[in-house]
Design a protein. Sequence first.
Length: 120
Amino acid sequence: MNVQEVIRSVAAEHLKTDLPEIYVGDTVRVGVRIQEGGKERVQPFEGTVIAMRNGGINESITVRRIFQGVGVERVFLLHAPRVADIKIVRRGKARRAKLYYLRDRIGKATRLKQRFDRPI
C-alpha cells in the first residue's frame, strides 16, 4: 500500500455525503458553526458562489455577498467540520468558471439571470 492510497483512504472517511450539487453562479446559504463562549451556534452566510477550487477533501467554494455596502467574500472548505450545512437558494446562469468580474459591479449589476433547468 503506497502513500497515495493511504492518504486517499483517510480522506474518504472525512468526505461529506449530504452536500448538494453546487455550481458557480448559484446563491447559497452556508451554515457556519461559531463558538461563542462555551456555546456553539450555526450562523448563516448567504451569497453568490463566484469560484470553485480543487476536488475531493480539498474542495472549496468562494461565496460573495454585499454587507452594508461593502463586498465580503469567504472561502469555505466544503468538507470541513465548521461548515454545518449548505442550502441552495437559487440557481444562477453563469457562462464562465470564475465570476471575479462581479467584484467590479455595484447594485443591480451584480445580479445573475436565474436558471430553471437545474433543480434546487
